[in-house]
Write a protein that binds this ligand. Structure first.
Ligand code: TYM
Length: 333
């Protein structure tokens, strides 16, 4: 047992990870290892709410694990695992779906968004997804959940489930808090800067991947949509494209919006686009190179996720046992 607070987060292997995933979530995970007890998952069970091609799906998961590590998430200091390797997620997910209200699930923005984009596959898993996500978090009694802004609603629902469950059975679950970065929490599409950058819309150059080549990154930034003015100024409502470029630049260089406005004053958008592109290339270059190196060592990756699942199971099973007892299931051992 340690006195450290617990962190848990996960990313869906529903496609390659994007610059948005990196700046909104992954970038912040690495720094937490010394201060917290950290669990990071590859949420394969969530990803099957959309159809996956099995061979491609396996590749994406291993690549995602290699990228976690190349982003600085050291498997010796963090617990890295694949969600389906810890059956307690499915088990608690079911229990919590019985403590999540239909009306609550109907209000989830991600459900509304994904079901409207994919009308031929609005499956029950997509609908009950937030109950499984609550189980992910609560199994580890996480204090903080580092995510981008789009996941805040799911964490608020998790908190509502905790209050409801604890209200009936006593102090079973810890109340988790979202941990959302000040800059980079909502990276927008480079071609349609009013939409979130998303791995499901990678066709038109508006979405960049962590493993994209420097040439592709520069090309995407040079084509990025801005506006008809010339002034570099942060104004999300009226200048979403420029504001997004400033967010990305700020997240990569730690410069404030004021400093960025001064740096590009009188220079127009061309200079901004080139500089943001170069900052992203330099941020991602070491991550990409290291990920490709690690990915070649399948035995190492297997060792990491097996050890991770073992450690994660120990914590998760403790919580599951407690829950089963509280709700009146008869223990099997
Ligand atoms: P997912 O896989 O859609 O995204 C993974 C993480 O990346 C963040 N993110 C972004 N941040 C900023 N700008 C963007 N354009 C952007 N796109 C993605 C997301 O906010 C997220 O933090 N439901 C989750 C996965 C999940 C989970 C969990 C997360 C399952 N169980 C338990 C935390 C704890 C999801 O779909 O994330």
């Amino acid at each position: 047992m340690t006195d450290k607070k617990t962190i848990l987060s996960g990313i869906q292997p529903s496609g390659a990870m994007t610059l948005g995933t990196y700046l909104g979530a992954l970038k912040n995970w690495a720094a937490l290892a010394n201060e917290f007890d950290c669990y990071y998952m590859i949420v394969d069970m969530h990803a099957i709410t959309a159809r996956q091609t099995p061979s491609e799906f396996r590749k994406i998961q291993l690549s995602q694990l290699a990228q976690y590590i190349s982003c600085g998430i050291d498997p010796e200091k963090n617990t890295l695992f694949i969600q389906s390797h810890v059956p307690a997620h499915a088990q608690l997910g079911w229990v919590l779906s019985c403590y999540t209200m239909f009306g609550e699930l109907m209000r989830m923005t991600q459900f509304k968004d994904k079901s409207s984009k994919n009308e031929e596959n609005i499956n029950a898993g997509l609908f009950t997804y937030p109950s499984l996500m609550a189980a992910d978090i609560l199994l580890y009694q996480a204090d903080y959940v580092p995510v981008g802004a789009d996941q805040k609603q799911h964490i608020e629902l998790t908190r509502d489930i905790v209050v409801r469950f604890n209200g009936i059975y006593g102090d079973v679950f810890k109340l988790p808090e979202p941990y959302i970065p000040k800059v980079g929490a909502r990276i927008m599409d480079l071609q349609t800067p009013t939409n979130k950058m998303s791995k499901s819309d990678i066709s038109d150059g508006g979405c960049l991947l962590i493993l994209d080549s420097p040439e592709d990154i520069m090309k995407a930034f040079k084509r990025a949509v801005t506006d008809s003015e010339t002034q570099v100024r942060y104004d999300v409502d009226n200048k979403p494209g420029v504001s997004n470029l400033m967010q990305i630049y700020s997240a990569c260089t730690n410069k404030s919006f004021g400093e960025i406005e001064t740096e590009f004053s009188g220079q127009g958008y061309g200079a901004l686009k080139t500089n943001v592109g170069e900052a992203v290339v330099e941020t991602l270059r070491p991550i990409r190179e290291e990920a490709l190196r690690i990915l070649a060592d399948k035995a190492y990756l297997e060792g990491v996720y097996k050890k991770g699942a073992e450690k994660a199971s120990q914590t998760a099973n403790k919580t599951l046992k407690k829950v089963h007892k509280k709700i009146g299931f008869i223990p099997s051992d």
